[in-house]
Design a protein around this ligand. Structure first.
Ligand SMILES: *[C@@H]1O[C@H](CO)[C@@H](O)[C@H](O)[C@H]1NC(C)=O
Ligand SMILES: *[C@@H]1O[C@H](CO)[C@@H](O)[C@H](O)[C@H]1NC(C)=O
Ligand SMILES: *[C@@H]1O[C@H](CO)[C@@H](O)[C@H](O)[C@H]1NC(C)=O
Ligand SMILES: *[C@@H]1O[C@H](CO)[C@@H](O)[C@H](O)[C@H]1NC(C)=O
Ligand SMILES: *[C@@H]1O[C@H](CO)[C@@H](O)[C@H](O)[C@H]1NC(C)=O
Ligand SMILES: *[C@@H]1O[C@H](CO)[C@@H](O)[C@H](O)[C@H]1NC(C)=O
Ligand SMILES: *[C@@H]1O[C@H](CO)[C@@H](O)[C@H](O)[C@H]1NC(C)=O
Ligand SMILES: *[C@@H]1O[C@H](CO)[C@@H](O)[C@H](O)[C@H]1NC(C)=O
Ligand SMILES: *[C@@H]1O[C@H](CO)[C@@H](O)[C@H](O)[C@H]1NC(C)=O
Ligand SMILES: *[C@@H]1O[C@H](CO)[C@@H](O)[C@H](O)[C@H]1NC(C)=O
Ligand SMILES: *[C@@H]1O[C@H](CO)[C@@H](O)[C@H](O)[C@H]1NC(C)=O
Ligand SMILES: *[C@@H]1O[C@H](CO)[C@@H](O)[C@H](O)[C@H]1NC(C)=O
Length: 852
């Protein structure tokens, strides 16, 4: 009788409440020992059952496709505490839907392992629907508890992830805040990744949510969105196949991933990753534990210890981190700093941490050594010169040949470096340097005691010589902690997918986009026409890479193999400045605000100043033009292609001459066209032209009826004299700062003075732009060498020093394309100018000559 009414009740639920979910009445039980038992969704896609972890231990879980994918499990993180680990029971374990309405997991011993905490809250039955949601409902179908509301580490399609929810896996968690930022956190404190809504719609959110759609798009939702949702991320196979089951999981390595399971109906169990939040796994905070160092081996992240002063906490699991063999507390008076090249200790968020600005590597080391709270420090050699002092409990390391940082960590006694591929060179140099010093000292004392023959003297002399050369090399490595990486041609071929994605064509060769093993995106430049030996090439590369400045493109590495000469640079998202300045049919939409333009002008000037005046081996760029000014995401200007002029003509770099360089017409200083030696004032001239273009959005050599048939730069000066500044300024700029515009225009006229001596040095240009010093009204620049040719890259051949003739290269994108060839007999320069530049050269020559 009672059985019959129960069945009636069951049927009643089945037909009145929901036809797409299975109803589970109170009092139902699943037993771990009986593998046949499960509560399945109507179309059997999902089921709640015991899943064996080992033959004798089980977890209670909701799975997709008969155990293929665990989408929820009873775990100690499911009510917001614990580390999210699934709770394991033995074969006597049971899952009961108690008559008081609680769902309870008990171990064989009878101990309560997990409980839904819904006892006596009116639960009348449970259900599992075809989306995978397990719910506890009351007699009016109001949800009391659900697996969707209490996720563990996985989200399935159409499951809402709302503010206050948490996906947890070990020390890692995923949360969503009120301003709709989805963030990955370590230990609930350190946020190392985030994904937010488009900031322009971020104002009025009421209940922001994220959801993975079954088509593979991660969307953001909020009732305030008129259009309903915004796409936040796409899987690699989004929208492709409807047979695929996709899910998002917080993995225990700290990464958030989306997977596709192409199970179909056959249960092949093929699960592939189709999206990851953190593309560079080594950037996940704490991935290798405390004091562990993450690096890549065959494109796979691996964990190691900083040096042999450390040992792994768990020999079989590198991710547990490392510990010192002798702790710092047990080491009074003998603490030293271990130096790690190409290594950084992760700092999130960088701007909030304990940092100090220093350009000296020594200061970054000693500051940490002197502080009792500091355990490690990192100097970033990307031009910012930031030194981060690490004080928190966890020090998370990342070592990679392309990282421009040097790190230090406290050790007891002498540092014993690892035999790591990246450190080999410097460590060896260091060691041999030490040995050399010791040998020299011993010999010197021997000599002081015993008078020996001349033979000994010779030996000592040669030794001293050797150690001197070594120290120069070592110094270079030390200074340039972002020392360039040597890549093999094959590696670069792989990372550029066989040089398939061409970014552009520069004066020195084509540039391709590539992705290195650590997912860093780079621009690979294939140099043409370089026939120098490897040693020479490497020396020039070392010079280029010893420049570290925010406004210079960073050289990551190089390749020098057979006839191949390639340079690997950081990739800049916004491309080159010319695309923003000059309108063409296809890019008419792109333009820059005045604020951006002014910052670009200032940044470029700072970059060039550094090349001219602040770096060790001074570099004259020789080819400054908008095409060589690249912009990063924040529109910070980065000068590229510096130092290449010397690469082209290394044999003769003490006489840097016209013959060796391909400059670009329109930006070339007049003395250059006259085949006079080149000084840094040539760069000032080119910069002045670029500056005028930044203000005007017009090519300086453009001639049009609008400019009275004059070259734009000359016409602009005549307008300036008449006080018509606004005629010069780009019409597309809405809000200009008239003071800044005025300064920029005056500076540009000073820079393009025909007489090099009248042009200011770049350092002064920066001050003038900043408004630190007053600017006199500039005199007329004077018509420069007026030619019929406009806007083309000129090719120069010369027999002056018997150099080879370089082939014509790409014309600058302009109206005209007539080539001008400056032959062996250059046009006669104006006498005054000629005198000027040669006297200047006498002064400047030493700057271009590192050997003197
Ligand atoms: C239930 O499991 C037993 C073995 O434990 C098996 O023999 C039986 O066929 C299963 N029943 C069903 C319906 O699968
Ligand atoms: C359940 O019992 C087994 C053996 O009795 C034990 O190993 C296991 O840790 C227990 N599980 C929990 C969650 O307490
Ligand atoms: C989470 O569950 C455990 C037992 O399963 C319980 O002791 C704890 O109080 C719960 N925490 C919260 C915040 O509900
Ligand atoms: C079960 O139902 C869900 C939701 O309607 C659907 O996405 C899924 O493809 C179905 N599975 C099967 C095996 O029919
Ligand atoms: C649900 O249960 C409550 C008491 O727990 C009862 O008052 C109410 O009438 C019930 N509703 C339905 C639709 O059965
Ligand atoms: C997700 O949230 C929306 C809006 O609150 C709701 O309409 C939808 O049913 C929710 N989805 C699930 C699976 O609960
Ligand atoms: C959330 O993201 C916005 C931009 O998307 C950012 O401005 C804001 O600072 C972020 N908030 C937090 C708490 O990270
Ligand atoms: C942000 O929203 C604005 C306006 O809705 C839109 O124009 C812009 O493209 C969006 N940006 C991104 C990155 O989605
Ligand atoms: C916020 O909401 C108010 C009222 O609904 C509206 O007037 C305002 O434009 C909204 N602001 C944004 C940034 O959407
Ligand atoms: C399962 O795969 C076999 C071949 O591998 C195929 O013939 C069969 O139709 C598939 N079954 C379903 C339901 O897709
Ligand atoms: C799994 O997927 C991969 C790539 O999509 C494919 O190459 C492989 O054959 C698949 N394996 C099975 C068993 O379907
Ligand atoms: C994790 O955070 C807590 C406080 O939020 C802190 O006490 C604890 O030391 C942290 N753990 C580590 C390993 O840093």
């Amino acid at each position: 009788m009672s059985k019959f009414s129960l069945i009636l009740l069951y049927l009643n639920f089945l037909f009145t409440i929901s036809s797409s979910s299975t109803l589970i009445p109170l009092g139902s039980t699943l037993q771990a020992s009986n593998r046949n038992q499960s509560w399945s969704s109507p179309n059997t896609s999902f089921s709640l059952s015991f899943i064996p972890v080992t033959p004798s231990s089980f977890v209670a879980a909701i799975t997709y496709n008969a155990g293929d994918v665990i989408v929820w499990s009873a775990s100690d993180g499911s009510n917001g505490t614990g580390d999210g680990a699934s709770l394991v029971v033995n074969s006597g374990g049971t899952l009961n839907l108690l008559s008081n309405g609680a769902l309870r997991l008990t171990n064989g011993s009878g101990a309560i392992v997990w409980d839904s905490a819904t006892a006596n809250r009116g639960v009348s039955h449970a259900s599992l629907d075809d989306l995978g949601n397990f719910q506890l409902l009351n007699n009016e179908s109001v949800q009391i508890w659900s697996s969707f509301q209490n996720p563990t580490d996985t989200l399935v399609p159409s499951q809402n992830f709302t503010v206050g929810m948490i996906l947890r896996s070990g020390s890692y968690s995923l949360t969503l805040d009120r301003s709709a930022n989805l963030t990955l956190n370590w230990n609930d404190t350190i946020e190392y990744w985030s994904l937010g809504f488009n900031s322009s719609i971020n104002g009025n959110l009421t209940s922001p949510r994220f959801m993975l759609q079954s088509n593979g798009i991660l969307v953001g939702l909020d009732p305030s969105f008129a259009r309903g949702m915004i796409n936040m991320a796409f899987t690699t196979d989004y929208g492709e196949s409807n047979d695929v089951f996709r899910f998002l999981r917080m993995d225990n390595d700290g990464n958030l991933r989306i997977y596709s399971s192409s199970t179909g109906n056959n249960g092949s169990g093929n699960i592939t990753q189709t999206w990851a939040a953190v593309t560079d796994q080594c950037q996940v905070y704490g991935f290798c534990g405390n004091m562990g160092i993450c690096s890549y081996k065959d494109s796979k992240p691996v964990c190691g210890c900083p040096s042999q002063n450390f040992e792994p906490v768990n020999e079989h699991d590198g991710r547990k981190g490392c510990k010192r063999k002798v702790e710092i507390e047990d080491c009074p008076g003998d603490v030293t700093m271990l130096q790690l090249e190409h290594t950084m200790f992760l700092t999130y968020p960088p701007e909030l941490s304990d940092q100090l600005v220093t350009l000296a590597i020594v200061a970054c080391r000693t500051n940490c050594l002197a502080s009792s709270t500091c355990t490690a420090s990192t100097l970033v050699a990307d031009g910012s010169g930031f030194c981060y002092l690490k004080t928190p409990d966890l020090v998370s390391g990342y070592q990679g040949a392309v990282l421009p940082s040097t790190s230090f960590i406290k050790v007891c006694g002498q540092a014993i470096p690892n035999p790591s591929p990246y450190q080999e060179a410097s460590a060896k140099d260091n060691d041999s340097l030490h040995t050399m010093v010791i040998v020299s000292v011993v010999m010197a004392s021997l000599l002081a005691l015993v008078v020996v023959g001349i033979g000994f003297w010779c030996l000592l002399y040669s030794n001293r010589n050797k150690s001197g050369r070594m120290s120069v090399q070592y110094e270079l490595v030390d200074y340039a902690s972002g020392a360039p990486v040597k890549f093999s041609y094959k590696e670069l071929q792989q990372s550029t997918k066989g040089f398939s994605e061409r970014l552009g064509e520069g004066g020195f060769g084509a540039v391709y986009k590539g992705t290195l093993a650590n997912r860093m995106v780079v621009a690979v430049k294939q140099l043409e026409g370089i026939e120098q030996g490897e040693r020479q090439f490497r020396m020039e590369v070392a010079t280029i890479s010893s420049t570290h400045h925010l406004n210079l493109v960073r050289l990551v590495g190089f390749c020098c193999e057979g006839r191949h000469r390639l340079l690997v640079y950081e990739f800049l998202k916004n491309g080159s400045l010319d695309k923003f300045l000059f309108t063409s049919k296809d890019q008419s939409g792109k333009s820059l605000k005045w604020e951006n333009r002014f910052n670009i002008a200032l940044g470029t000037a700072r970059g060039i100043t550094y090349l001219h005046e602040e770096c060790r081996d001074c570099i004259i760029h020789c080819d400054i033009k908008p095409e060589n000014i690249l912009l990063d995401e924040g529109y910070t200007a980065k000068v590229s292609d510096f130092g290449l002029a010397r690469l082209m003509n290394p044999k003769d770099h003490r006489h840097l001459s016209l013959a060796s360089i391909r400059g670009t017409r329109g930006y070339l200083a007049p003395e250059w066209l006259a085949n006079h030696p080149i000084t840094s004032k040539c760069d000032v001239y080119s910069y002045g032209m670029v500056l005028l273009e930044i203000v005007s959005g017009r090519r300086n050599f453009e001639v049009s009826p609008e400019t009275d048939g004059k070259k734009f730069s000359l016409w602009a000066y005549s307008e300036f004299e008449k006080g018509h500044i606004e005629a010069i300024v780009d019409k597309r700029i809405k809000d200009v700062d008239s003071k800044e515009v005025g300064r920029a225009i005056m500076v540009s006229f000073w820079c393009i003075q025909e007489q090099p001596s009248r042009r200011p040095m770049m350092g002064k240009v920066v001050q003038m732009l900043e408004g630190v010093i007053d600017i006199d009204s500039p005199p007329a620049p004077k018509p420069a060498v007026e030619g019929s040719s406009r806007g083309t890259t000129i090719t120069v051949n010369s027999n002056v020093s018997g150099l080879s003739t370089y082939a014509a290269s790409t014309p600058a994108p302009s109206s005209s394309s007539s080539f001008m060839n400056i032959g062996p007999s250059p046009p006669t320069p104006e006498t005054e100018m000629g005198k000027e530049s040669s006297s200047l050269l006498g002064l400047k020559r030493s700057e271009t000559d590192p050997d003197s």
